[in-house]
Design a protein around this ligand. Sequence first.
Ligand SMILES: Cc1ncc(COP(=O)(O)O)c(C=O)c1O
Length: 434
Amino acid sequence: MTSTNQTLFEKSLALIPGGVNSPVRAFRSVGGTPIFFKKGLGSKLWDVDGKEYIDYINSWGPMILGHAHPQVIKAVQEVAANSLSFGAPTGLELEIAELINKLVPSMEQVRLVSSGTEATMSAIRVARGFTGRNKLVKFEGCYHGHSDALLVKAGSGLLTFSDPNAKGVPSSAGVPAEVAAHTLTLEYNNTQQLKDLFAQIGKEIACVIIEPVVGNMNLIVPDQEFLQTLRELCTQHGTVLIFDEVMTGFRVALGGAQALYNIKPDMTTLGKVIGGGLPVGAFGGRKDIMQCLAPIGSVYQAGTLSGNPVAVTAGLETLKLIQAPDFYSRLAAQTQKLVEGLKAAAKEAGVIFSAQSVGGMFGLYFSEKCPTSYDEVMHSNKEAFNQFFHSMLDSGIYLGPSAFEAGFVSAAHSDADIAKTLNAAKVAFSRIKV
Ligand SMILES: Cc1ncc(COP(=O)(O)O)c(C=O)c1O
């Protein structure tokens, strides 16, 4: 008998490209059919056929409290009754700006948007407006949303370095080469490449944008000296340092990666947790930079639904709850427990595997040791991951459908959830045949 899931997917394929509204949801990398969900509660999800899962995607990060947290849902319902949108200021926007500023003090001024993509795109425009420069530096394997200038890999970092004026190569059709030409890409964690690039063209670089802990090529942890050098070089050359904390913000620590690594960026972008599951993004930073924005400055940026009261309320309630004492120590401990258990299970099964976590984010790699760059991630055993993924899915454990995505634990994940996951993993590791 055909499942409801299969029927929905087949019908979706006719009307929605690939059957999904964001490519990462498709099972292209692992094969098989994406799961259609109808309900979530705490750490659990239920699909349209009634099967239960423990969720380690958490909507790709936002659901740090778990699904359908009663306090968030109640606040959203109450505020929704007063209208879904005004297109005019509300006190809620001030409240969340104050809270963001308190939790991430480098964000002296903040502007709200509706997605992480808008936040990074706008931050870059402000940085360019502020410096009067065009060049933008990003790192290989980092993802900053789907705006034109950021969909560039620019070949390997080494290639870019050997010709610092090399044109960035768009990694998507539809991005004009002229737009990509201003984007330079370096290797993550490569301090020497950074130094060499700045020595050659430092005064032409408007901004450097970085995931301070990477979650978009699986989890990659930064080298402290690399981040420190980046900070110093940007200061020396008048380059705006943008920490893209759309994923890491309120996820690796209450104050984000900048608090964890004690580095103060000039600008920060936020998304995911800040909306608690509804569409909110934010960008902000030094007041002198943010003052370049319209209506006071000449850098234009706008949004019909920016600061939408319902979305902001979901974010506000989430940000209030994550300030509970021990919230982050417990989240980090649960995530660590998962990672250590997985490593032990793999070892017992004789599978080449490594894993690590930062706060509530984790990375699983079918390789000897945790990778530190895009190149190293690419050398992990993708086929072993795919077999592991499908066995876990059969057992009701929902992991990201790609060997190159980080995973997320929420505050709702219990010891019983972790134990069930590890039991499933023992079976999964024992089945791997590559
Ligand atoms: C670090 C980072 N920046 C930006 C984005 C884009 O955010 P959104 O998908 O909300 O546009 C993402 C999305 O995963 C992200 O992980």
